[in-house]
Design a protein around this ligand. Structure first.
Ligand code: CTP
Ligand code: CA
Length: 224
């Protein structure tokens, strides 16, 4: 029935979503991580599922629970794990949304045993992780690819560069300008920038409402 259908506008669509931080091991008991709670990505996953999409949620370590049993949830730890999980599913999805705060660097060598403290300073050599989103941008065919950007200076210019570098269709620029927004908060202040550089600043709102706005962009993509 047409009426019911319209409530599930993403029915038949597959969406891959990344969320949360990644943890990069230093030794068996220590890691490098970040303050991402995973909430933004989980809210996007829940909303996408409510709109009828088939959702694959790849998340780093988080205390959150997947509220919806229809969501296929793949729990990973490191950037490399997340890279591999994303590449396993990307080929078969229609949309990918990269909300994870992926570590940019990891220890070059992981100590097999707990590192003992010594009388001298410790230096840990770091190497770059793979850019998961950029790697998806390189192989994308018809997928609608959405990334996030966190900037503290030249926000718009830097976000536009990320659109081009990672071959994105849309970027969600996170503004830290506002004290109610960002890591560990319930709200976000975002600006949408499309691949043709149309800029759309949004009001400060709950992460649930931001998730709804992002999924509206996905719906527009399929129905415009
Ligand atoms: N991202 C990713 N894999 C990485 C790093 C980032 O998939 N190894 C994704 C994030 O999920 C986000 C986007 O790339 O959607 C931008 O992340 P951000 O940290 O803002 O940008 P970087 O490209 O990492 O550049 P920088 O941190 O230097 O600004
Ligand atoms: Ca980064």
């Amino acid at each position: 029935e047409a009426d019911l259908e319209s409530k599930l506008p993403l029915k038949g669509k597959k969406i891959l979503i990344t969320a949360g931080p990644t943890y990069e091991a230093i030794d068996p008991v220590r890691f490098i991580g970040n303050h991402s709670s995973g909430k933004m990505g989980f809210d996007i996953a829940r909303r996408a599922s409510e709109l009828g999409a088939e959702v694959i949620l790849v998340s780093g370590p988080t205390h959150l629970k997947s509220a919806n049993s229809a969501i296929k949830w793949i729990s990973v730890v490191s950037a490399q794990d997340m890279y591999e999980a994303c590449h396993q599913y990307f080929e078969n999805v229609d949309v990918a949304i990269s909300a994870a705060a992926v570590a940019d660097y990891r220890p070059k060598f992981v100590a097999a045993q707990k590192i003992k403290k010594a009388a001298v300073d410790l230096n840990i050599e770091l190497e770059k992780t793979q850019d998961i989103l950029a790697s998806l941008g390189k192989i994308k065919k018809n997928q609608f690819l959405i990334g996030f950007a966190l900037e503290t200076e030249n926000e718009i210019e830097n976000a536009k560069l990320k659109i081009q570098k990672k071959n994105l269709d849309l970027i969600v620029l996170n503004s830290l300008q506002d004290e109610g927004a960002g890591f560990g908060k319930a709200t976000n202040k975002i600006t949408f920038i499309s691949k043709d550089f149309a800029i759309e600043p949004m009001e400060l709102k709950s992460k649930e409402a931001v998730a709804a706005d992002i999924l509206n962009k996905v719906i527009q993509h399929f129905y415009a």
